[in-house]
Design a protein around this ligand. Sequence first.
Ligand SMILES: CC(C)(COP(=O)(O)OP(=O)(O)OC[C@H]1O[C@@H](n2cnc3c(N)ncnc32)[C@H](O)[C@@H]1OP(=O)(O)O)[C@@H](O)C(=O)NCCC(=O)NCCS
Length: 332
Amino acid sequence: MWEEVTDPEGNDLTATTADFTRAQVASWCASRTAQDERLDLAVVDTATGEYAGEAVLNEYDAERNSANFRIALRGPAWYGRGLGTEATRLLVEHGLRTVGLDFITLGVLARNPRARRAYATAGFRETSRFVEDGEDWVEMTIARSWLSPDYPVLTERLALRPLHPEKDVDTIHSWRSLPEVCRYTPFDPQSREAIAERLTDPERTRSVIDAEGQVISLVVERRDTGQPVGDVVLFWHSAADGHAEIGYELHPDHAGQGFATEAAEALLRLAFDGLRAHRVSARMDQRNTASAAVVGRLGMRLEATYVEGEWFKGEWSTLLVFGLLEHEWRGA
Ligand SMILES: CC(C)(COP(=O)(O)OP(=O)(O)OC[C@H]1O[C@@H](n2cnc3c(N)ncnc32)[C@H](O)[C@@H]1OP(=O)(O)O)[C@@H](O)C(=O)NCCC(=O)NCCS
């Protein structure tokens, strides 16, 4: 750590102006384990076992359930080898999942592109800018549950956009009124009035997720014609488990062209990149072979078969549960 506090580049980039003696550094290190409002960790390069720097969660804010993050590697020889990004990811995972913080924020000098890049790769987003002591700073934040996509979300042929509570009543009715669409959905064919009533509930037209238990519903349109072809949902079940679930339904006129797969793939992207989900699942009736084919094409694995697991529309139904993990998706 002595090397770190005497590294001019590191001190410049962390806006550290104080001079420390070796004794002060030694006593600082010795007092770290006694802190119960902050967590100061050594970053160790597992390839060599060497101390590579420090990563810290401090400034715990009980009201906001948040903390500040800071990191400094030991010196230039340790920069730019991916250690900072990896250490940031690890401590952020610990803070959000194990400690259960809702937010982690940090301040970084605008003229520190390497740090900003490492933080962005670890999932932080720029939330504000400010000037302090004549320097431009960027505030970055990462949240436990947070998805606020730039709409429309585009794929090659489709655009996914939020549901409008009034204008989309007829859109949704055009497929939710059809018995073949509702054969395996939890609801029966719906009247226009029932759909209009449902859409007055703001929870059913969410376009942003900022807490677990929420769901976003999006209309899927063809980009070439603007024609709505179906809708999709993304549930955020558990921030602690990082569990999201996807669902989709398509107007039969637009089936068989790979639209559901393309839209569901966009949902996986929102879940893994946006929500930082660990697992995405999908459930369906075993007889719904078209739906099973969609998740199969996306590389989702059949993880459970609940034989006659549900009393569904007057008969026993066998439920399939598919799952995909973040690292599997990134490696796919
Ligand atoms: C900031 C710090 C922790 C980052 O850790 P690191 O191990 O050096 O960074 P990584 O190698 O993991 O990632 C750096 C990223 O920035 C990119 N990068 C490097 N220099 C860059 C530049 N000048 N412009 C844009 N991107 C740059 C790298 O290509 C890499 O991105 P990639 O993963 O997409 O290739 C480390 O450099 C450090 O301790 N710096 C000094 C102290 C400091 O700045 N602390 C932060 C204060 S807020």
